[in-house]
Ligand binder design. Structure first.
Ligand SMILES: [Zn+2]
Length: 253
């Protein structure tokens, strides 16, 4: 009886360890367990880093961030949520007109999406690509999974639809409400050449959060990193990969 109990405990512990390890390979931004991922430039330019923004476009905050980037003549990459993009096509057009990259960050950014299968992910990627392509005339070749969570289904859909999966090497932790001071503290001293920095210009489709901390941090962040000798370059230039597909989308079977 005791042996059976001990065996059950052992099995449960092994199961928990396996689940923990699988969670880590899915969540870690550098893990390539489920397929190739780009999180930073392996041999980037001497002083270049890339600014990337997730979860938008969101009215007000995305506009204010575009204003700040425009004033400083900086080009960034925006990983947009399809449902948000559908509501704000003017902001997508503005990103493209001002030479920023528009990239794919799923259609709905659902927090339970990590448990969904291949059909779900095919639709999430394809529909967002379609919305972007209809708006700016270019189909994204870069995809960032929501929350950075990679499963075999996420990675399979990205590979089949010709996307490079992009994560990050430096983060502001501004997907939750925070202050510009905290963002600067997290990024200014630690960012290095080759880094892909993740910030949030927008909020998920059903969230009421206001990314005011991020908006206020953009100008001081760029200027303080410039004082350290670091200059933003566009993500496709940093990683030396195309931002958009060269060919029109294949018609789904
Ligand atoms: Zn996100």
């Amino acid at each position: 009886m005791l042996n059976a109990y001990a065996l059950a405990i052992e099995a449960a512990t092994a199961g928990a360890a396996a689940f923990g390890a699988l969670s880590w390979v899915s969540v870690s931004p550098t893990s390539t367990f489920w397929g190739p991922v780009r999180s930073r430039a392996e041999n980037g330019s001497a002083n270049g880093y890339a600014l990337t923004f997730d979860d938008g476009p969101t009215r007000d905050s995305t506009s204010a961030i575009l204003d700040a980037l425009g004033e400083l003549k900086i080009r960034a990459a925006f990983f947009v949520v399809g449902e948000n993009a559908r509501r704000c096509p003017d902001l997508l057009s503005r990103m493209h007109a001002e030479s920023h990259i528009v990239a794919n960050h799923s259609l709905s950014h659902n927090h339970l999406s990590m448990f969904r299968g291949p059909g779900y992910w095919e639709r999430e990627l394809r529909e967002t690509d379609r919305i972007v392509e209809e708006t700016i005339g270019m189909r994204p070749a870069m995809f960032r999974p929501p929350m950075g969570v990679k499963t075999c289904f996420v990675m399979g859909a990205a590979a089949r639809q010709g996307h490079v999966v992009i994560t990050w090497s430096r983060r502001a932790i501004d997907g939750i409400t925070t202050t510009p001071q905290r963002i600067l503290k997290r990024l200014v001293a630690r960012t290095a050449a080759g880094d892909v920095v993740i910030l949030h210009d927008g909020v998920e489709p059903h969230s009421r959060r206001k990314p005011a901390g991020t908006v206020a941090a953009i100008r001081p962040l760029i200027l303080q990193l410039r004082a350290r000798g670091l200059e933003p370059v566009r993500l496709d230039e940093l990683l030396r990969i195309p931002a958009y597909a060269a060919e029109p989308a294949a018609t789904p079977a």
